[in-house]
Structure formats: structure tokens, C-alpha cells
Design a protein around this ligand. Structure first.
Ligand code: SF4
Length: 379
């Protein structure tokens, strides 16, 4: 796969739980940023040995749907001229339901966006207010209808669970409401309290109470079961899809394949040696300065040796239901997975799916619930 991530670091307002790199942006700032992205594409092309047409492109943020149809067209046109885009490429755009209308969605579809990821987050107005979202449940429904009318047949909906005061039955109602929209893909995230966010401050001061660990586990199990019954494959810790509707772009990350990236705050992975991670600093001023001087804004973060590459491969693969294929591991690292990690495998054995028909290693749902703890055996 050849893949590109594009970071759009602007939002209409900052949600109190969010620690992504994004800020409230003015229209002139957004317009200027689009110009910078086109410069970034050219510089990236110059720096890339044997550039190939992209098979997946992902506009993430922030709120990429703050960009107009013309701006998305301009960026895609620039990518097309510099690298090329495969005719059947998956091109995803993250959209905030409070920022789009039918005409804009039609424009995105015509520009080439063929997968929309909508930040629905909750189907209860009181939760949306708590999360500081700018949309209501009714706007979310209208946005999904508009996306379908605009011709999007690959819709991913995001939902946040483990919210304060959310019991199992309230979550179940939200799942049914979500399934009524017939999405092809669902991403589910348990609420976290990240340092630097308002939610973290409220947690420290006791103004907000997180859900208990037991309730978190029950909610995760409930989501797993209800979505499986509805025909979804739980193919990654936080992601569910109908058959053939997995997110191809995100699979590139989990398979530890190369992915280029542009935009302030974007991270890329290059398959040089055992791998290199690069990032573009999350700073609009330095991004602007580097590009206007014709310099590459990306900085090398990490160069992997064999041991770290193997550890990261395992760390990423165990997030997925495909898990670790020992044959693929051996092909990639020229070492036997079972020999390298034999003691670690013993430690986590009870959380692995054992199947007489497959020799892959993947976590069961209990293993995913304890992922942070279990994966530490490998790191
Ligand atoms: S819209 Fe998304 S990226 Fe923007 S502040 Fe809210 S959660 Fe963060």
C-alpha cells in the first residue's frame, strides 16, 4: 500500500476532552494552510525516492470538513500531479456533523472523497452537551441522511462510551440508534481524561466522575456482542466493520507499513531499514516558516533497530483480530516469532484466541480489555 495522511489542525471550538493537535482557526488561517499543504506535497515529492500513486488518503484532524469543496479539490489535484492517486483509492475525510450540508457533501463526493468518517460521538443530546460538541442528535441524523443523498456508500460513525452517568441500558439505546443509521463502519472510543484537557482538570477537582473499571469492561463487552450480532466484525480494539468495509488506511498503521504525512502535527512512518518515524512539529508558525523557505518541515523522531521493530510489530498487530501471522513475522524479520517471544506468549496465553484452524496469535475480547497491561510484557 502507498498511503498519505493529511492533518487539518482547525476546529470550530475545542472540545473539553480532546488532546489532538487542533485549534480554533480563522478563515484566512485555513485558506493559508491549504496553500501550505500544496507546498508540503511538492517538497514531500522531492524527498521521496520513487514516489508511487497513493492507494489510501486520509484527511484527519481537527476538522477537515472546515475546508471547502474547492480546497479539498485543490489538495487532491496537487497530490494527483505530484504522486498520482490510484483510481480505486480509498479517500477518507473526517467530518464534524455540525459543519457540513448537502451541497458541501456532494462537492466532496465529486472531488473524489469516497469514505466519510463522521464524529457523531453520542446519540443523546445531554451527552453531546457534556462533550462540548457543536452538533445535536437531530443534526447528526440530518448529516447522515445528507451523506447518503450525496452518494456516500462507505460511512464510518464514531461513538464515545464510558461517559459519566452512562449506564448499560443508556449505552444500549445509543447502539440501537447508531445501528438504525446502517453505517458500514463504526469506531468506538472509551472516554479518557488526558492531561492538558478540561476534562482532566475537572477530574482532578472532582467535578466529573469517570465510569468505574467494571462498568467500562461491561460496556466494552456489550458493544462487542451487540455489534457482532448486527453483522459487524470487531477487527481492531476500537473498530468494527461490515464485511469488506475495514478502513484500509488505518490497516496500514496496524500492519506497520509505510505511510507519508503532511500538515502541522502529522506523523509518518518510512520503511527504511527497520523503520523510521518522522513528525512535523505541531506548530503552525514553524510549519509556515519552513515551507515558505522551501524546507522540509518533517523531523526524524526515531530510527528503529531490529529489536524495537519486532516489538512494535507485535504491539500493533495485537490490536487487530488478524493478530500476528508467524509466517509473515519470519519473512519480515528472519526470526521465528515463537522463539523470540516464547516467554511473553506464556504470560498472555489465556488471553489469546486458540483455534485449531489458524496458527495466528490474536487477543480475545478480555485480552483487548487488558491490552495496555498485557502488551507491556512485549515492550
Ligand atoms: S472536533 Fe474533534 S478534533 Fe476538534 S476539538 Fe472536538 S474532538 Fe478535538
Amino acid at each position: 500500500m502507498s498511503s498519505l495522511y493529511i492533518h487539518i489542525p482547525f476546529c470550530t471550538s475545542k472540545c473539553p476532552y480532546c488532546d489532538f493537535y487542533s485549534q480554533v482557526g480563522s478563515q484566512p488561517q485555513i485558506d493559508e494552510y491549504v496553500e501550505l499543504l500544496t507546498l508540503n506535497i511538492k517538497i514531500l515529492q522531492d524527498k521521496t525516492s520513487s514516489p508511487r500513486p497513493f492507494e489510501t488518503i486520509f484527511f484527519g484532524g481537527g476538522t477537515p470538513s472546515l475546508l471547502s469543496t474547492k480546497q479539498i479539490e485543490k489538495i487532491l489535484h496537487s497530490i494527483h500531479s505530484s504522486f498520482g492517486i490510484e483510481t480505486d483509492a480509498e479517500i477518507t475525510l473526517e467530518a464534524n456533523p455540525g459543519t457540513v450540508n448537502l451541497e458541501q457533501l456532494q462537492g466532496y463526493r465529486q472531488a473524489g472523497i469516497n469514505r466519510l468518517s463522521l464524529g457523531i460521538q453520542s446519540l443523546k443530546d445531554k451527552n453531546l452537551q457534556l462533550l462540548g460538541r457543536i452538533h445535536s442528535v437531530s443534526q447528526a441524523g440530518k448529516c447522515i441522511d445528507a451523506a447518503r443523498s450525496a452518494g456516500f456508500d462507505n460511512l464510518s460513525l464514531d461513538l464515545i462510551f464510558a461517559l459519566p452517568n452512562q449506564d448499560l441500558s443508556a449505552l444500549e439505546e445509543e447502539i440501537f440508534a447508531l445501528l438504525n443509521f446502517h453505517p458500514e463502519h463504526i469506531s468506538l472510543y472509551g472516554l479518557t481524561f488526558e492531561e492538558g484537557t478540561n476534562f482532566y482538570t475537572w477530574l482532578q477537582s472532582g467535578t466529573i466522575t469517570p465510569c468505574s473499571e467494571n462498568l467500562y469492561a461491561d460496556q466494552y463487552q456489550l458493544l462487542h456482542e451487540k455489534l457482532r450480532v448486527a453483522g459487524f466484525e470487531h477487527y481492531e480494539i476500537s473498530n468494527f466493520s461490515l464485511p469488506e468495509k475495514r478502513c484500509l488506511h488505518n490497516q496500514v498503521y496496524w500492519q506497520r507499513e509505510g505511510c507519508l504525512a503532511i500538515g502541522a502535527g502529522a506523523h509518518s512512518f518510512v520503511n527504511n531499514g527497520w523503520g523510521e518515524r518522522w513528525h512535523i512539529p505541531a506548530n503552525l508558525q514553524s510549519y509556515n516558516k519552513s515551507l515558505l523557505q522551501g524546507e522540509n518541515p518533517a523531523e526524524l523522531l526515531e530510527t528503529y533497530d531490529l529489536t524495537d521493530a519486532m516489538k512494535e510489530f507485535v504491539y500493533l498487530a495485537l490490536r487487530t483480530s488478524d493478530g500476528i501471522d508467524p509466517v509473515k513475522f519470519e519473512k519480515r524479520f528472519n526470526l521465528s516469532f515463537r522463539q523470540v517471544f516464547s516467554s511473553e506468549l506464556d504470560e498472555i496465553a489465556q488471553y489469546l484466541i486458540s483455534s485449531p484452524t489458524s496458527d495466528r496469535y490474536s487477543f480475545n475480547v478480555k485480552g483487548w480489555l487488558l491490552y495496555d497491561h498485557l502488551i507491556s510484557h512485549f515492550l
